[in-house]
Design a protein around this ligand. Structure first.
Ligand SMILES: CC(C)(COP(=O)(O)OP(=O)(O)OC[C@H]1O[C@@H](n2cnc3c(N)ncnc32)[C@H](O)[C@@H]1OP(=O)(O)O)[C@@H](O)C(=O)NCCC(=O)NCCS
Length: 174
């Protein structure tokens, strides 16, 4: 799997994915997601929007952002300073790619990317009934704090931070 930047050409695909029943169940306000995407070079420029590709095919969407800048848009925990707490969101849009391990891989890549971009901890927000999302987070070392899932940065990641690049990453195919 590879992550690449979201472009205008991806908007129709993103809208199609938001309308899929398995996505719409959890992404209840598609208009908000589309508004953010449409304003990703302006008001929502603090969010990194990405497309997940497998063998050149776009199969999903992911994003991460510093919650310090995101907190004014959602009813979430208070974040005191930038550069500490990041959040990830993700979906596998193409049904034929579900339940093949790609969700876990997408969470893994987004998490690495957020740490490489300065996060000290990364949050994932999964509805209690969203078993697939919870399992994808747990498989990547996220732990529930009762409210959200969180993964803390490891000491070795802190040491290596200056050598890491905040660029879009890819992994080997599963
Ligand atoms: C959440 C999501 C990304 C998971 O993607 P996926 O590629 O199907 O997940 P994976 O194949 O990596 O499986 C992850 C785990 O969940 C399990 N799982 C996947 N789909 C499941 C389902 N419908 N019911 C129960 N368990 C499921 C898998 O068996 C696996 O468990 P394991 O760790 O015990 O092996 C995908 O279901 C999705 O896009 N859902 C809609 C959008 C969404 O909910 N996004 C997250 C919002 S917080």
């Amino acid at each position: 799997m590879k992550l690449r930047p979201f472009t205008d050409k991806d908007i129709p695909l993103f809208k199609k994915w938001l309308a899929k029943p398995h996505v719409a169940k959890w992404y209840e306000r598609p208009g908000d997601w589309i508004h953010e995407i449409n304003n990703r070079h302006g008001e929502f420029g603090f969010i990194t929007h990405l497309i997940a590709e497998v063998d050149g095919a776009a199969i999903g969407f992911g994003q991460f952002y510093d919650m310090f800048y995101g907190q004014r848009y959602e009813d979430c925990r208070k974040i005191e300073a930038p550069g500490e707490s990041f959040c990830i969101d993700y979906l596998i849009g193409e049904p034929k790619y579900l339940r093949k391990g790609y969700g876990k891989e997408l969470v893994s890549l987004l998490t690495k990317q957020a740490f490489a971009c300065g996060a000290r901890r990364v949050f994932g927000q999964a509805d209690p009934g969203n078993i697939a999302s919870r399992k994808a987070l747990e498989a990547n070392g996220y732990v529930s704090d009762g409210e959200d899932y969180v993964k803390e940065e490891k000491i070795c990641q802190q040491k290596n931070k200056s050598q890491q690049a905040c660029t879009v990453m890819s992994s080997g195919t599963p």
